[in-house]
Design a protein around this ligand. Structure first.
Ligand code: HEC
Ligand code: HEC
Ligand code: HEC
Ligand code: HEC
Length: 163
């Protein structure tokens, strides 16, 4: 080509265009290789994840699932200040303990008779809302004339209905 021709510069444009196409091509290839098939089926997530979560076995069945065999604890708990604290949170998931279909106990349910359980929620922390009942454990026990033993709280508070 004539070195004086203005068209001499078009080859830079072609090079840039080919480079751009190569980048776009590899992005599309990468997308088809790595983005899961069901991505975007319902929204900005993998559609198949919904079915996978639904297929996971249910472990916790809520307070009502205990009522059938523990009506006394259920009634006491539902009427007290701990009504909002789920049985399975302090104990463990129902599936490990009982089978609702044949009404049989499978294995012992954990019972954490320890003040650590109570302190999990009631130990005084600056980060907790001020309106939430919380105590400085040492101070509280001293005020109440009790010793700092591992199961101190249970001498005065029933975990199912602390007042
Ligand atoms: C705040 C934690 C907490 C919650 C909520 C809770 N429990 Fe308990 N539960 C305990 C602790 C701690 C013990 C052991 C008490 C003891 O030995 O004095 C216990 C004991 C028991 C026992 C053994 C019998 C007894 O009274 O010693 C059963 C049964 C029981 N809980 C069932 C339930 C059921 C059903 C619910 C829900 C309706 C529930 N619990 C909610 C902490 C809790
Ligand atoms: C199908 C019946 C059944 C269901 C449902 C059931 N339990 Fe029990 N549970 C039992 C039996 C039987 C025992 C043996 C002690 C007794 O006679 O109360 C027991 C005992 C317990 C104990 C004392 C520790 C032990 O294992 O002996 C706790 C705590 C307990 N259950 C909590 C719960 C909680 C919380 C739920 C609900 C998530 C629940 N249970 C649901 C039948 C059941
Ligand atoms: C999972 C968190 C949780 C655990 C664990 C827990 N509690 Fe509570 N507790 C609560 C909630 C929620 C309330 C209701 C607070 C409210 O009404 O604002 C409450 C209320 C109370 C109250 C009444 C306070 C008041 O002034 O109304 C006492 C006392 C109490 N709990 C003692 C205990 C003891 C003792 C234990 C251990 C056996 C325990 N809690 C374990 C969450 C918990
Ligand atoms: C010797 C008895 C005794 C012991 C032991 C005891 N408490 Fe209390 N607790 C009380 C009494 C009485 C009250 C109500 C008077 C008050 O508000 O100070 C109370 C109140 C509370 C409150 C409500 C505080 C508020 O500001 O509303 C919480 C939470 C609590 N106790 C948790 C615990 C925990 C957790 C333990 C174990 C580390 C424990 N208590 C041990 C007798 C006791």
């Amino acid at each position: 080509m004539d070195p004086e021709s203005p068209l001499i510069h078009t080859k830079h444009v072609f090079r840039a265009a080919i480079l751009l196409l190569a980048v776009i091509g590899s992005l599309l290839l990468g997308r088809s290789l790595f983005v899961p098939d069901t991505w975007g089926e319902f929204g900005w997530y993998r559609g198949a994840a919904v079915a996978e979560h639904r297929a996971r076995p249910v472990r916790h069945l809520g307070d009502e699932s205990c009522a059938m065999c523990h009506d006394a604890e259920f009634a006491e708990h539902a009427a007290g200040v701990h009504a909002a604290v789920r049985c399975e949170l302090c104990h463990g998931p129902l599936v490990l303990h009982a089978n609702l279909e044949d009404g049989e106990k499978i294995a012992d349910m954990p019972v954490r008779r320890s003040r650590e359980l109570c302190e999990l929620c009631h130990r005084k922390l600056d980060a907790r809302p001020a309106s939430f009942p919380q105590i400085d454990v040492r101070e509280h026990l001293t005020e109440q004339g009790a010793d700092l033993t591992p199961d101190a709280c249970f001498d005065c508070h029933d975990p199912h209905s602390p007042y």
